[in-house]
Design a protein around this ligand. Structure first.
Ligand SMILES: Nc1nc2c(c(=O)[nH]1)N[C@H]1C(S)=C(S)[C@@H](COP(=O)(O)OP(=O)(O)OC[C@H]3O[C@@H](n4cnc5c(=O)[nH]c(N)nc54)[C@H](O)[C@@H]3O)O[C@H]1N2
Ligand SMILES: Nc1nc2c(c(=O)[nH]1)N[C@H]1C(S)=C(S)[C@@H](COP(=O)(O)OP(=O)(O)OC[C@H]3O[C@@H](n4cnc5c(=O)[nH]c(N)nc54)[C@H](O)[C@@H]3O)O[C@H]1N2
Ligand code: SF4
Ligand SMILES: [Mo]
Length: 903
């Protein structure tokens, strides 16, 4: 560390664990990150994503200046902030004048800061006069919001991370926390190692790395959780493993639930869930006899047409056993995004209002209107995300402001979403990265400051509010989101409330925080007592933190009183309903989607760090080995995956963690990294009736082999973001095209493509131009007769660019040569031979398992073959000793390998 290096304490911008990070920087650039030992969420730990934050955010990918398009079909031009926001205010004002307040909408994000949310809520609801402000949390936590409110009376996860360490029995349902909340998983692994009597149950159709830790893995049929939870309650009742005193004193509605679960006897439930009655009984016994029982859940429950029912059915188990309000127990949803909690607190879903209020509640509307000093808030309900984009597509919404989310990648039924964005008369996109799929549709692109460049607060999964601090200034003319919202609002006020004092006289983020926190006073989440000064003095605090408090509140409902009208928690009796789109003979597979360890959503940030592609380089369709064999497919074969909405071409891979009949595709690749709009082209927009959360985990699909004889492979070092932007459009319309990064010190762009026939020579020439494979010194072999061509560029005795067209048999060999940084004598001979088959054996694929120390699967497997155990592998190779995110996978290899070898 040089003498000019400074450290700024902040919070990680990825997941809802909310880890404290120490940003090392020189005032200009971020040089490194470390876990903050003082932060109670992570005590110094970071996962593979958090610890590589400083490698992300390539400036070439950033939005730097406002850009305005003056007519559809035209390009965008750089403009100044004044002109950009005056223009936006004029368009919004005229749209509102002509079509009314509900002709505009805001679509925002669980990755904004609390101050940003507050500004946008006030802008939409108080100034514009619409409740059309929804967030990507609709795709994420909205079923949990409904679950908590229906069952417990308020949207408040009652637990603390400590409870994970204190629980005797832990049920993890629909969460792959080994990938998605790795630092918490680290805490769980450590706790289980320290207290081996602790029992972990994992409910997930897939055998994930999380499931590997489980004492009991219930590989249930997708979507059958409600049946499972009712079946468990049936057994708890039958065996007398319930807490009748708690039920009598603190709950209501048990009678109807008991009547309902009568219909869920073990034989029926085992059948519905695809598990054995013994497994069901084991699970019930563990829960029923547990001194303390904690449950954790995430998208496997929420992203479902039964999401609200799943949430409440799980909470029912806690209420029936009295497992809530004490250490080591309770229902504990894991929040996805870093500040999805803050979004819920500030009312950032169409149906909410700031301070855990409801937009449908006249008293709540009056309270907020009075606080804001306006006459009233609108009565017309706002539209939730899926309906909101439908309204954009049908033309009802004519101006749309998108902030910090990438709907052209992340919403279901992408073809409909792209159509909506293409037809919308005025789309504003407020983004940190100019490269996203949604940016393409922006009539006005506003550059936003991002992590490390902006300040405010966030709330993590355990209700803990942490400060986010700026370490460096934002690049170009990018500005903080709240500042953009307020600047626009003041200009719009000149059209809508001329001459009146501004509602948006905020100059610093702290002023927004102060105005907002008073709106929580007297509400369940009350943190009106937590000033920024208090937060600085005490460190991150858990709400509630009322004016009288001296510190935060680790656990809720210790007194058995719930924030419902009666003060009692409510049992909810929803019957089991299967997923909206069942498999049938035309679409025989169920498609599940989810996360990879080292990528974040649409990859605008993680997709700039080549290192983060080392673990998984391509989007692959995972299938059970039997399904693969039955279809006559081999690993790597391209297939067309069809759903009722669209199709997508992907290579297949064997995925032994899946059951027969199931398929899995990671959610991360959108149209930028994959031809065909990504996995959400296939997914279904069917929503939960209460939470309006779409069923992103369940679509019926069919697969068929595709004949794409023309194959293409290219790799080019350097300038990867700019090259990706330039090359991506040239592959549009090919049946298959996939883009990724590779390498560490010398990142390269890697392209794989396939088509029915060779594309026009001019197109290939344009591609070669962008790959830097036209001007000398380039080694070329072209056989136009056979449509086969090879091009290489060498520099200082290393391969720096290559392209194979026609057939690509040598691609892995060449990629390995490139990675090794040396040339084999056989290379020239190979180049001049008519076939591209590599000399000698192909290297086996070697994905990076340990990202911190760059250790591949091959060396770990070699170590295991030599008889090393986890500790010895760690000692001799170093793998898994830094961030620990790869430890579950190493354990899985240790468990699987001897079996694989003896088989
Ligand atoms: N690496 C990484 N971490 C992340 C993110 C990321 O993009 N990358 N995103 C963050 C965000 S916003 C979120 S919301 C969280 C999501 O975190 P998780 O919800 O843990 O992650 P997913 O992979 O989406 O889905 C979890 C599991 O649900 C299972 N599942 C599917 N259908 C069902 C079902 O019917 N029942 C049950 N019980 N399980 C089912 C899937 O097989 C999958 O293993 O991750 C956060 N953390
Ligand atoms: N098939 C399938 N689809 C899914 C899911 C799934 O499991 N399966 N999961 C769903 C879930 S849970 C979620 S949360 C969503 C996530 O979906 P999105 O919200 O679309 O995900 P991101 O790619 O994180 O989008 C955040 C955007 O904000 C930009 N950004 C980063 N920092 C800033 C900033 O400070 N200011 C501004 N203005 N912009 C910034 C980033 O560049 C990025 O483009 O995806 C959903 N979609
Ligand atoms: S677990 Fe990883 S991604 Fe999540 S907040 Fe911590 S460091 Fe960031
Ligand atoms: Mo999420």
């Amino acid at each position: 560390m040089s003498s000019s290096t400074q450290t700024t304490a902040s919070t990680c911008c990825y997941c809802g664990v909310g880890c404290g990070v120490l940003i090392e920087h020189d005032g200009q650039r971020i040089l490194g990150v470390a876990g903050d030992p003082a932060h109670p969420a992570n005590f110094g730990r970071l996962c593979s994503k958090g610890s590589t934050l400083h490698l992300t955010g390539d400036r070439d990918a950033r939005a730097l200046y406002p850009e305005l398009r003056l007519g559809k079909g035209l390009g965008r031009n750089r403009t100044g902030w004044d002109n950009a926001l005056e223009h936006a205010a004029a368009v919004f004002a005229s749209t509102l004048a002509e079509h009314g307040p509900d002709s505009v909408a805001f679509y925002v994000s669980g990755q904004l800061l609390t101050e940003d949310y507050y500004a946008f809520n006030k802008l939409a609801r108080a100034l514009v006069g619409t409740h059309n402000i929804d967030s990507n949390s609709r795709l994420c936590m909205s079923s949990a919001v409904v679950g908590y409110k229906r069952s417990l009376g308020a949207d408040a996860p009652p637990c603390s991370y400590e409870d994970i360490e204190q629980a005797d029995v832990l049920l993890i349902a629909g969460s792959n926390m080994a990938y998605a909340h790795p630092v918490l998983f680290r805490r769980l692994e450590a706790a289980k190692a320290a207290r081996p009597e602790m029992r972990v149950i994992v409910v997930d159709p897939r055998r994930t790395d999380t499931a590997e830790l489980a004492d009991l893995h219930l590989s249930i049929r997708p979507g059958s959780d409600v049946a499972l939870f009712h079946g468990l309650l049936y057994l708890l009742l039958r065996e007398g493993w319930i807490d009748s005193a708690f039920i009598a004193a603190h709950t209501e509605g048990f009678g109807s639930l008991a009547a309902l679960v009568h219909d869920y006897p073990p034989a029926r439930v085992a059948e519905l869930c695809g598990i054995t009655p013994e497994q069901l009984f084991d699970c019930a016994r563990m829960i029923g006899l547990a001194p303390s029982f904690l449950s954790l859940w995430c998208m496997g429950l929420n992203q479902s047409t039964a999401g609200s029912a799943k949430n409440s059915a799980l909470i029912n188990l806690h209420l029936a056993t009295g497992q809530i309000g004490r250490p080591g127990c309770g229902p504990f949803s894991l929040t996805g995004q870093p500040n999805a909690m803050g979004g819920r607190e500030t009312g950032t879903l169409a149906n909410l209002l700031p301070g855990h209020r409801d937009a449908a509640n006249p008293r709540h509307r009056a309270e907020v209107a009075a606080y804001w000093g306006i006459e009233r808030l609108p009565e017309v309900p706002g539209l939730p995300a899926v309906e909101l984009f439908d309204a954009v597509r049908s033309g009802r919404i004519k101006a749309l402001w998108i902030v910090c989310t990438n709907p052209a990648q992340s919403l279901p039924d992408q073809h409909a979403v792209h159509q909506a964005l293409a037809t919308c008369p005025f789309v504003v996109v407020q983004e940190a990265f100019a490269t996203t799929e949604t940016c393409r549709y922006a009539d006005l692109l506003l550059p936003a400051a991002s992590w490390g460049e902006k300040a405010g607060t966030v709330t993590n999964s355990e209700r803990r509010i942490s400060p986010v601090r700026a370490a460096v200034s934002a690049p170009g003319e990018a500005r903080p989101d709240w500042a953009i919202a307020c600047d626009f609002a003041r200009r719009l006020e000149r059209h809508l409330r001329p001459g009146r004092p501004s509602l948006f006289a905020f100059e610093r983020a702290e002023q927004l925080y102060d105005e907002y926190r008073q709106l929580t006073a007297g509400r369940d989440l009350d943190y009106s007592g937590l000033s920024r000064a208090q937060l600085e003095r005490l460190g991150p605090q858990q709400w509630p933190f009322p004016a009288s408090a001296e510190r935060g509140t680790p656990r809720l409902y210790a007194d058995g009183r719930f924030p419902t009208e009666s003060g009692r928690a409510r049992f909810v009796a929803d019957p089991f309903v299967s997923a909206a789109e069942g498999a049938d003979s035309a679409f025989p597979l169920v498609l599940n989607t989810g996360r990879l360890r080292d990528q974040w959503h649409g990859m605008s940030r993680t997709g700039t760090a080549a290192q983060l592609f080392g673990h998984v380089e391509q989007a692959l369709l995972g299938l059970h080995p039997d399904d693969l064999a039955r279809a006559g497919l081999a690993e790597g074969d391209l297939v067309r995956v069809r759903s009722r909405r669209a199709s997508l071409v992907l290579p297949v891979q064997v995925d032994a963690s899946l059951q027969p009949g199931q398929a899995f595709v990671p959610m991360h690749w959108g149209d930028r990294f994959l031809e065909g709009l990504g996995v959400n082209a296939l997914s279904s927009a069917a929503c939960d009736p209460l939470s309006r959360q779409p069923e992103l985990k369940h679509a019926a699909v069919a697969i068929e082999p595709v004949a794409l004889p023309w194959a293409f492979f290219a790799l080019v070092e350097g300038d990867v973001q700019r090259r990706l932007e330039a090359l991506r459009p040239l592959f549009r319309g090919l049946a298959y095209a996939s883009f990724s990064l590779a390498g560490r010190e010398r990142p390269a762009l890697v392209i794989r493509a396939a088509a029915e026939a060779a594309p026009a020579a001019a197109l290939l020439a344009a591609i070669d131009q962008q790959l830097g494979l036209v001007d000398d010194p380039v080694l070329v072999y072209e056989d136009p007769q056979r449509g086969v061509g090879k091009r290489l560029r060498l520099s200082d005795g290393r391969l720096v660019a290559l392209r194979l067209a026609g057939e690509t048999a040598a691609r892995d060999w060449l990629k390995a040569l490139w990675a090794r940084g040396s040339i084999e004598p056989g290379l020239r001979r190979w180049l001049l031979a008519p076939l591209s088959t590599p000399p000698g054996v192909l290297p086996e694929r070697d994905p990076t398992i340990c990202n911190c120390l760059n250790i591949g699967r091959r060396s770990i497997c070699d170590g295991i073959a030599r008889g090393l155990d986890l500790l010895e592998l760690q000692r001799s190779l170093g793998c898994g000793t830094r961030c620990g995110s790869c430890v579950p996978e190493i354990k899985r290899l240790l468990a699987q390998l001897p079996l694989a070898e003896s088989a």
